[in-house]
Design a protein around this ligand. Structure first.
Ligand SMILES: C[S@@+](CC[C@H](N)C(=O)[O-])C[C@H]1O[C@@H](n2cnc3c(N)ncnc32)[C@H](O)[C@@H]1O
Length: 353
């Protein structure tokens, strides 16, 4: 398979590289913003589950927008005015704070403070608040996803847990009236999640950006106007997902059942993420391969790549089982054989999401 084949199959993957985004997910947040104006008036934002960082890039570019305009002016008079503007914008930019959290390390981004941590931990919530000098955030986004197992029920359950962890941490850091956006899997128990979100937000919408494949059950909840119940005290030890809900929520029918509005967002003329496009998108411009914007900095398959480079990686068909123990390994803590074989298929350059 040629290195351009993924460019052909996945238009957003290709555009992400061409526009300098670290992952195709950037388009999901951009298309959600087109519909909901997520960034208006936002100074403090939190990006939960942020690696490799394309949502943080979007936040950084949108909230610190002035940076891109620098140096655009030519004429002296305009330059003077522009300088004033730039000064004001610089001051405003000073106020902008973006905190990105992920279990994994992430390459640095301008104006983004990184926390390598677990969003299910109260210490992470405390660290976020510390970075905002005690002030709450205007916006919390979460594109968190566990490693999928392929067992749909299990994946949906773990995803729901992650969303609830994100909601829990959000209750610690979001200002009243603030916005929360999070990835959700639209599985059979999704009604409970909506109900729990509705406890905290006056408006909850389920949105599907054009860049999110139709074939995927992924969607995003956009929760507006954070208004926790009176007297609610955020507490990370409260497990929100309580399975006694079934009778109360899932069994309701007709008008009693909570129907969350569903919105397909992104311009209808936007590319369809499930379609294959020719490499020559624009007849007047020749296709040129673009390498990924930011290769992973500590990928889990790093060691397998090292082994392969040194020709130390076992080949599946040429390896009698009895030889496994005598296989030379680069380090004491090298991956077990089954993992190196598996990783062999993962060694292509950065291919996140
Ligand atoms: C789909 S990726 C996020 C992509 C990101 N929004 C972007 O645009 O680059 C999901 C991320 O969730 C992170 N994650 C999963 N569970 C987590 C947890 N408990 N705490 C923090 N991050 C977590 C993973 O490490 C992974 O980087």
């Amino acid at each position: 398979m040629g290195r351009s084949s993924k460019d052909k199959r996945d238009i957003y993957y290709r555009l992400a590289k061409e526009e300098g985004w670290r992952a195709r997910s950037a388009f999901k947040l951009l298309q959600l913003d087109q519909e909901f104006n997520l960034f208006t008036g936002v100074r403090r934002a939190v990006d939960l589950c942020a690696a490799p960082g394309s949502w943080s890039q979007v936040l950084s570019r949108k909230l610190r927008a002035s940076e891109d305009k620098k140096g655009e002016t030519r004429n002296e008079e305009v330059k003077e005015e522009r300088n004033e503007e730039v000064k004001k914008e610089e001051e405003r930019k000073e106020e902008v704070k973006i905190v990105a959290v992920d279990l994994q390390a992430m390459a640095p981004l301008p104006g983004v403070t990184q926390i390598q941590g677990d969003i299910t931990k109260v210490s992470t919530a405390q660290e976020i608040v510390r970075h905002f000098s005690g002030q709450p955030a205007d916006l919390v986004v979460c594109d968190g996803a566990p490693d999928v197992t392929g067992l749909h029920d299990v994946d949906e359950y773990i995803q729901a847990q992650l969303l609830l962890a994100a909601l829990n941490i959000t209750t610690h850091v979001l200002k009243p009236g603030g916005t929360f956006v999070a990835k959700i899997f639209r599985g059979k128990d999704v009604t409970l999640l909506y109900s729990q979100l509705r406890v905290f937000f006056s408006q909850v919408t389920c949105a599907k950006p054009r860049s999110s494949r139709n074939s995927s059950i992924e969607a995003f909840v956009v929760c507006l106007n954070y208004s926790p119940p009176e007297g609610y005290v955020p507490n990370m030890s409260n497990p929100l997902l309580d399975h006694s809900y079934d009778v109360d929520f899932n069994q309701l029918e007709g008008p009693n059942r909570i129907i969350v509005p569903f919105l397909a967002c992104g311009d209808l003329s936007a590319y369809d993420s499930d379609q294959t496009y020719p490499l020559q998108l624009d007849a007047s411009q020749e296709y040129r391969y673009t390498p990924p914007t930011q290769p992973p900095i500590e990928p889990p398959y790093q060691q397998a790549c090292l082994l392969r480079r040194n020709n130390l990686l076992a080949k599946e068909d040429s390896l009698p089982l009895a030889q496994e123990d005598s296989l030379p390994l680069a380090h004491e803590d090298s991956l077990p054989l089954d993992k190196t074989l598996l990783s062999m298929h993962l060694c292509s350059p950065a291919d996140p999401l």
